[in-house]
Design a protein around this ligand. Structure first.
Ligand SMILES: [Zn+2]
Ligand SMILES: [Zn+2]
Length: 73
């Protein structure tokens, strides 16, 4: 009887602060390189919601939740 080694589960990256996903299309966004839009109001409420350039344009640069103008992160 052998106990297998417990692999995995350890290596979660520490890059949560520089990468995000577009809330609309789920595209991966690099906060340090890409132009990323966010709603300042949602962020003050604690929602880390981001939008890619294409979707920000499609939303007419307005937050779909509260209509606040999106800002470049
Ligand atoms: Zn998008
Ligand atoms: Zn908002």
């Amino acid at each position: 009887m052998s106990l297998g080694s417990i692999a995995g589960a350890a290596a979660m990256g520490h890059k949560g602060w520089v990468t995000a996903r577009c809330h609309i299309c789920n595209k991966k966004l690099d906060l340090t390189k890409d132009t990323v839009y966010y709603c300042p109001k949602c962020h003050t409420k604690g929602y880390r919601i981001f939008y890619c350039v294409a979707d920000a344009k499609r939303l007419h640069y307005k937050c779909p939740f509260d209509g606040v103008e999106l800002k470049i992160y």
